[in-house]
Ligand binder design. Structure first.
Ligand SMILES: C[S@@+](CC[C@H](N)C(=O)[O-])C[C@H]1O[C@@H](n2cnc3c(N)ncnc32)[C@H](O)[C@@H]1O
Length: 438
């Protein structure tokens, strides 16, 4: 794993942490346990969510590390959507579902908005034969600006019941968008924005990336000014990282070239500036990456439930899920995924059965991304005092000006929050500290 000490270059490696133990430790042997747990009813009222992966994009961004396919034809898309519906029909009958309604639903990608209004309507109709998300408190849908049309935006709101539309703006500068291989230009953001505002989604989020290739201070200031002008309910800012499988990473490793991405300290300075500007405009910090305009109006059901150990049924190629305390990931290759589902089987690829201690670490590191953790919460749920258990780590972070210890809460300072992912491996078990993350 790349270290992110202050003046570090952005080298190849995964920095963003989304689960524990590291994905590299998951294996096919654990699937027997995963299947057994899926066949038993839920133990309690743990909230339930659904993730659907749509792996298609118009173009592959040069910094993208997700499972995506470009240049697909209509027949291939339809075969995938059919398989996804069949998979959901299978999971809807699993005993682990119990009678729980879906509290949150997340259409992620790739680019879910790659699908046409007709395909989306058909998908919703077919899914509704097996499941409903009418009562869900949050239905998120990721969109690439250039794929949207007025009809599609209306379909999302009216037909799919989307409550949270997340728009991948990333940057407003056309030269940067092009350089980084984005499929859209800024004029498509502004066109989409009118349709989005007219459709009245309870929550619209804008994604930005600090550190796109070619980024400068002047341009970054302009990005933040435009973001504030648009006034979305929430803004998510990721610091550009270069995991192993991005186009930029392959170029760096293959041609032994220098990193084209700004150093970590510069990216943190950009995010720090963005936080200050957004706070001045009335936003509140909601995690190391996200600011929210009205905390009374927007709750992050997917994020907060998942970070607290909710069950997440993952569907689609290479998706990650979590049920009954165990992790799993679907098959990552298209043919294998399709053939397995078409043969009537769940497309499980690998899994992991965490020990109780590993479940504690998982929640601790994920919840710390909000910028604070509460001792009582962990005491009640895991019978563990996170302060004494990791005293040395906390003391070190306090000494470095990254954390503060209060009565019940341990809080990260702004400095700590801006580098939260690099603070998390210290809580890992020793055998997981220096392994590859993904
Ligand atoms: C899975 S992508 C889906 C976005 C959608 N495909 C689009 O084109 O707008 C979700 C978000 O991850 C972020 N992201 C993707 N690659 C990244 C990278 N290498 N470093 C940091 N953030 C990244 C981007 O902000 C992106 O909007």
């Amino acid at each position: 794993m790349t270290s992110t000490s202050s003046d570090d270059k952005t080298e190849v490696g995964s920095v963003f942490i989304s689960n524990y133990p590291p994905y590299s430790q998951w294996n096919a042997e654990a699937l027997e346990d995963v299947r057994t747990r899926m066949q038993s009813p839920p133990a309690n009222d743990n909230p339930l969510g659904l993730y659907l992966h749509i792996p298609f994009c118009r173009k592959r961004c040069k910094f993208c590390y997700f499972k995506v396919f470009t240049d697909v034809n209509a027949g291939e898309v339809q075969r995938y959507v059919d398989a996804l519906c069949d998979e959901i029909s299978m999971v809807s009958k699993l005993p682990v579902m119990g009678n729980r309604p879906f509290r949150f639903v997340y259409f992620g990608g790739g680019t879910p908005s790659f699908l046409s209004p007709k395909q989306l309507t058909k998908l919703a109709d077919r899914l509704h034969e097996h499941i409903t998300w009418d009562g869900a408190e949050e239905v998120t849908f990721e969109c690439e600006p250039g794929t949207l049309s007025e009809t599609k935006v209306k379909t999302l709101r009216e037909k799919l019941g989307v409550t949270r539309l997340s728009l991948g703006v990333e940057n407003f500068n056309d030269a940067l968008l092009e350089e980084n291989g984005r499929a859209h230009l800024s004029k498509q953001v502004f066109a989409a924005w009118e349709w989005i505002e007219a459709a009245n989604f309870p929550n619209v989020n804008i994604d930005l990336i600090a550190g796109m290739v070619g980024e400068t201070w002047d341009n970054w200031r302009d990005n933040i000014r435009r973001t504030i002008e648009m006034s979305p309910e929430s803004v998510t800012i990721y610091q550009m990282e270069l995991p192993f499988n991005t186009i930029y990473s392959k170029d760096m490793l293959g041609n032994k070239t220098e990193s084209p991405v700004a150093p970590w300290q510069t990216k943190r300075d950009w995010v720090d500036f963005a936080f200050d500007e957004l706070i001045a405009a009335g936003y509140k910090v909601s995690s190391g990456y996200t600011l929210v305009k009205d905390t009374g109006k927007v709750n992050f059901s997917y994020r907060d439930n998942l970070w607290r150990g909710a069950d997440l049924i993952a569907t689609g190629i290479a998706s990650f899920g979590h049920v009954h305390g165990v992790h799993y990931q679907n098959l990552p290759h298209m043919n294998e995924y399709l053939e397995t589902v078409e043969a009537g089987n769940l497309p499980l690829g690998r899994g992991y059965v965490p020990t109780p201690h590993q479940s504690l670490v998982r929640e601790l590191i994920l919840l710390l991304k909000r910028g604070f953790v509460e001792r009582d919460y962990f005491q009640e749920k895991f019978g563990a005092d996170i302060l004494t258990q990791w005293r040395e780590v906390w003391d070190r972070y306090v000494e470095q000006g990254l954390a503060e210890i209060h009565d019940d809460q341990i809080r990260l300072t702004r400095e700590g929050l801006l580098r939260v992912d690099s603070l998390l491996p210290a809580f890992f078990e020793p055998e997981h500290q220096n392994v590859r993350y993904t």
